[in-house]
Design a protein around this ligand. Structure first.
Ligand code: GDP
Length: 501
């Protein structure tokens, strides 16, 4: 943590309701099952707090009491209710962690028992009778934060690591949990503190009417900070998509092969494939892992003029999906594209206009030119030229029958999803809406600092007034790591955790 007395005092002056939560000591001892609910090979019971060892010892029978075993080493024993000493509940393995060298920073005991729901329930009942309190969701992590073991961004990343279901989401969450984002923020906060101090120095010399700080140098620092903040904020849209699964809409006229392409990408045959135009009426959403990124596919009803009300409903949804998607795969057939049928071609151009109107400027448009197996040649320059006229970012001639270019389609999807972020593990990617909001707020505050420092500002502001905006920027960045936070923010964040984490 990088809070300084100076900074904290200034912030407290501005925002009295904010608290600095480090090094809180909890009087009570909490317990919970940390493994997933239900039956399992093993269940881990976690106990944390000042009486953790004492309470665990009251139900533990081993060669030595847990109070005297070596920390961080597993020890075998028996668990029994002190009121029924002869009756063993289970044979178990316990690990003792002593404060402050534990996850929570408190004395902690983890007991691995057999994962029967009965044993788990009995263990918790027993521990509660011996003086523990059942932990609230995320309370172990909240205590780790309160004792200064991790900051808030790292605590949130722990939840993301647990929830990650693709290599991409896991990599980002792990880097945040290990503190890379926090380090970057700490670096920026330290620069901001320097900036604030330099500006405030002017105050001390104000009687002499001296502009002490070199304002062009200060402006340079402010601009560089703004660029760092904005670069981080700009990664959010990609980061968020990677965390939740990148939404992809597969669109196009009926019967062009949308379901077939989706099935190939999913690797099974879940969506209905049929020769009857308009069969795929409903929006089918499914996920696939492609090169470590989760994609959410939205297979849509074929877009064509129809009187069928059910089909029309599907078509309306297709258009709505265009706006929701981050990547559009527009499927046309190679024969339609290569042919000279003016009605077909004019329909394709109408569709293109509709897509351009509905899609957001950031949405990638991939034109999948399907059914190349029906063309007399595998050489596709004419097809690609025709595709280019339809204005897609990328055109891929492919066939779900021969499998031509399906790997290229997968690769193109991956590239479109990760555009703008590097594959380097050191790159920081923002995935949390709360962090994004704080970065945006920080960006606006630093904008005001830049405006005030820029030569030609209508009325030169005194350093201490500019320093206020610098302090506000510090405040916003501080909310990310939790240097500055409120009990409400903490409750909202930790209530989303599972019990036992
Ligand atoms: P959708 O209505 O756009 O979802 O199209 P479908 O995926 O249901 O496919 C319509 C028809 O085209 C089916 O008979 C598929 O077997 C056929 N089809 C799909 N892909 C190809 C392809 O690459 N080549 C050929 N020849 N037929 C295909």
């Amino acid at each position: 943590m990088t809070s300084t007395t100076d900074e904290t005092t200034a912030t407290n002056r501005q925002m009295e309701t904010f608290i600095t939560p480090n090094n809180t000591i909890h009087a009570d001892t909490i317990c919970a099952i940390s493994t997933a609910p239900g039956t399992g090979g093993i269940a881990v019971v976690r106990i944390s707090g000042p009486q953790a060892t004492e309470i665990a010892d009251s139900i533990w029978h081993g060669s030595t009491p847990l109070a005297t075993v070596r920390a961080n080493t597993a020890t075998f024993g028996r668990v029994a209710d002190p009121d029924r000493p002869g009756e063993t509940l289970d044979e178990a393995v316990a690990t003792v962690f002593r404060a402050p060298r534990s996850f929570t920073g408190e004395d902690t005991v983890e007991i691995s028992v057999h994962g029967s729901p009965f044993i788990q329930r009995e263990m918790i009942n027993l521990l509660i009778r011996r003086g523990c309190r059942l932990a609230e969701p995320g309370e172990f992590t909240r205590r780790a934060f309160a004792s200064g073991k991790i900051d808030l961004a790292q605590a949130e990343a722990i939840a993301d690591v647990i929830a990650s279901d693709s290599r991409g989401a896991h990599r980002i969450a792990l880097s945040q949990m290990r503190g890379q984002f926090s380090e970057k923020l700490a670096e920026m906060r330290s620069q901001l503190l320097d900036l604030a101090s330099l500006l405030e120095l002017e105050l001390d010399f104000s009687e002499e009417d001296v502009e002490f700080a070199d304002r062009s140098r200060l402006l340079e620092i402010a601009r560089s900070l703004k660029s760092h903040v904005d670069t981080l904020a700009a990664t959010f849209s990609t980061g968020d998509a990677i965390k939740r699964g990148v939404p992809v809409a597969i669109i196009g006229s009926p019967n062009v092969g949308k379901s077939s392409i989706l099935n190939k990408l999913l690797g099974d045959n879940r969506a209905l494939v049929s020769d009857i135009p308009g069969t795929t009426r409903d929006t089918v959403e499914d996920t696939a892992d492609i090169e470590g990124i989760t994609f959410r596919f939205i297979d849509t009803a074929g877009i064509r003029a129809t009187d069928d009300p059910v089909e029309n409903l599907g078509i309306e949804r297709s258009f709505a999906n265009i706006a929701k998607a981050r990547i559009l795969v527009w499927v046309v057939t190679a024969t339609d594209l290569a042919g000279n049928d003016t009605t077909t071609l004019s329909h394709l151009h109408e569709l293109r206009d509709e897509i351009s109107r509905l899609k957001s400027p950031d949405t990638a448009l991939i034109l999948a030119v399907n059914k190349t197996d029906l063309l007399p040649t595998r050489d596709h320059p004419a097809t690609l030229r025709a595709a280019e006229r339809l204005g897609a970012d990328t055109a891929i001639p492919l066939s779900t029958v021969t499998g031509e270019n399906l790997p290229l389609l997968r690769h193109t999807l991956h590239a479109a999803a990760t555009q703008g972020i590097s594959s380097s593990a050191n790159d920081i990617i923002v995935t949390n809406a709360r962090h994004y909001e704080a970065l945006r707020n920080a960006s606006s505050s630093i904008d005001r600092v830049i405006a005030s420092l820029t030569p030609g500002h209508p009325y030169p502001l005194p350093g201490d007034l500019i320093a206020q905006d610098v302090r506000e920027t510090l405040h916003h960045l501080g909310t990310i790591t939790g240097t500055i936070t409120t009990p409400e923010i903490l409750s909202t964040i930790f209530s989303r955790f599972c019990i036992g984490k």
